[in-house]
Structures are given as structure tokens and as C-alpha cells.
Design a protein around this ligand. Sequence first.
Ligand code: NAD
Length: 409
Amino acid sequence: MPLTQDKKLVGGADLSRIAGLLNLSSTEEKLLEKDERQTTIDLRTKLDEKTVILADAYLVYHNTARGPAKGGIRLASNVTMDETRDLAERMTWKTALTKIPFGGGKSAIRVDPRTLSTFTKKLVIRRFVHEIRWELTSGSYIPAPDLGSGPPEMAAIYGELHMPECVTGKPPRVGGLPGREEATGYGVSVATIYALEKLRNKDAKESTIAVQGFGNVGSWTCNFLSESGSRIVAVADADGGVFNSDGLNIKDLHKHVDEKGTAKDFSGKAITNEELLALDVDVLIPAAVENVINRETAPRVRAKIVVEGANGPTTAEGDTILRNGGSVVVPDILANSGGVIASYVEWRSGKSGSITPRQEVYNTLRETIEDAFHRVTETSDRLDLSYRDAAMVLAVDEVVKAMHDRGWV
Ligand code: NAD
């Protein structure tokens, strides 16, 4: 993927423009711009008499007017405070748009998870829990998996605290939720089908789809969309991709990826990530990394619907080019909100001790995302805005009203 000099959509959109549309006061705007809290921790994990892992760790509360700070723990060798705060801000908008009673937070540990054994990774996580024990036990920050962390690490957090509502994304046998693993991909598929039917008057069965990324989000999105009858004609991951105009057999692709660790060399025509982004399909779903649709790649995008499975896959310039070219973008804060919606159901079950069946999780995801999408299209039509701006207008308005309810402004 080309490196881009494009402007990043900080926190998902141009906040000052949204503040202008909503006529916000300068105090309201300032409160939204700034994080409530940024904590940097010098994390020291002693492994044995001679070895100590030293790593910076970050915890950000962007805005908690609507509820506790909710957001995953990212483990990555190059993660920064800036990236952590950007993701925390996206959580503020995501939870507000979908009306989930959480605020925006995020945490990160600057280690390469691939260099850590499962055991060592859990030690690092336990040390992090030790450092932020108050935030976790008071319920002011509720972590979940993010890149580099998953259900085993969430089980380790639960093991330290013995409070099921302190963390979401736990394995189902340890207080986790059936359906949490696939929730984001399910949500992306719901948003895609809604966009096809309501915006293009097209049945999923008649649609062609290209998906970048075959990790958690991309692979589950492919599963659900192919079950709905869509033709997934191309998939690519970090190593390259594959195209088949008749549609890829997703079950066989899973087997291939399990064996080879990549979608590359699966039966079909080999394609690059750049070629995938430029395919003539109904829907393009970037579900891997950020900034891939930018000033270099956006002019070649031919899909009339782009559904952002990943966080921040489109730069500011890329967004403008897509819009001018007539493509509709379903923004990340709507399209990939399934994970946090399921996290909310898990948190609620943990608090009440109730069991939530998988079908109920799917129903909640579908109803919540369709409701949010409906409000976004209505706002977009009424104010003549892109879906990204309309989603932000709704989310920012919700947070500002909550700040007033709380007496912050
Ligand atoms: P993952 O690690 O499970 O999968 C990432 C996939 O992207 C892999 O297939 C990898 O090969 C591919 N990839 C990596 N670099 C690439 C590149 N340069 N070009 C093309 N493909 C590349 O991650 P995930 O959990 O599926 O998350 C993907 C995105 O979705 C991230 O932006 C994440 O923040 C976002 N997201 C995830 C969730 C969730 O519940 N997992 C929720 C909301 C948003």
C-alpha cells in the first residue's frame, strides 16, 4: 500500500465543520476536541531474575458524558498516544451514534505481540491491570480486545478482578457472549445489505463485493454476506489477494487461510491490494488497515458503495474524491459498530448475571445498526450532507446534549 501524505480524518471527521453545522459554542467545541484524560504508564513486567519487559502504555478517556470510557486494548510495537486518542474519540462517536450508554476510551501497550508467548502476553496484561486497577474496578474504563489482544487476554483481566462487567470480549465460557467474536463482521454485513437495498434498491443476492482484510472483521463479513447470497468476488490481506468473477468459495478460502496463513494463492486470479480497491463491484469493504483509500487510490475506486469495516480506512482527501465521484461511504462509526454493541450486551449480562442467546445478540445488532443507519440517511437527506457528516452530526449532538445534562457546560 502506498504511504500517503494525506490529512487523516482525526477521530473520524472534521470536528470544526460539524461544530459549525450544529452551531456549537466555542466551549462545547473545546470540550469535544480535548481528551478528558491521557495517562502514560511506564509498564515494567518482570519475567525472571534477569528479564524485565519495559513498555510505554497509554490510557485515554476522550469523553465520558454518556457513560464509562469504552474501548479496546491495542498491543502494537508502533502504537502511539496520538493513535490511542484517535481511536478513543472514534469510540465516543460510535457509542453516541448507536445510543449505547458508553463514552469513548482506548488503551494501548507499545509491545510487539508477535514476539510474546501467550504466557508472557498475559503477564504484561496483568501488570497493566495492576497499574489501572482503580479505573477497572470502579467501572470507569471497560476494556475489550483490539489489534494484538483477544479473548484469552480478556479472560486474564477477568481473572485478576473477578468482576464480569469489568471487561468485554471474554471467551463465552468465562462470562463472554455468544456472538461477540463475529459481532463486528455481522454488523458490517447488516450495514452493507441495508445500503444495497435502501440506497441502490438492490437485493444482496444480485450484488458483487470486494473485501480487503480477512482477519476477524473481514472474514466474518465475508461469511455473513456470502450466506446472504452476495458474490464475494475478491479478498486480499497483507500478503496479496485473489479475484474470481464467479465468486469465491468462502468456506474453502477459510481452509486455505488456516493452512497457508494468507488468502494469497487461493484458486482464482492473483491480485494486489491496489487492484482490489479499483475493482468494478457494487460494494468495496476495506476491513484491514487505515488510510488505504487516499488521494492516490480513491480516483480508481469504481464501487458505488464503500462500507468502512476498518477504523479510518479513508483519508480526508480520499473521502472528498469518493464523494465527488458519486460513491457513497458508510462511515466506520456506523459500519463497524457491531463490536461495541455486542460489548454492551455482554456488559449488561455481566452486571445482571443473565444469559443472552446468540440469536438475541444478532437481533440487537441488526435493530441497532438499522436504526442508526435510518437516522443517518434521514439526516443526510434533510441537511444535504454526506453519510459521514450526517453520522457525526447525530453523534456530536448526542454527546453535547449529554454534556449539558451532566452540567459540564
Ligand atoms: P485482524 O488483525 O484480525 O485482521 C487484519 C487483516 O488485515 C488481516 O487479514 C491482515 O492480513 C490484513 N492486513 C494487514 N495489513 C494489511 C495491508 N497493509 N493491506 C491489506 N491487508 C492488510 O484485525 P481485525 O480485528 O479484523 O480489525 C481490522 C480493522 O477493523 C482494524 O481497523 C480494527 O481497528 C477495526 N475494527 C475491528 C473490530 C473488531 O471487533 N475486531 C471492531 C471495530 C473495528
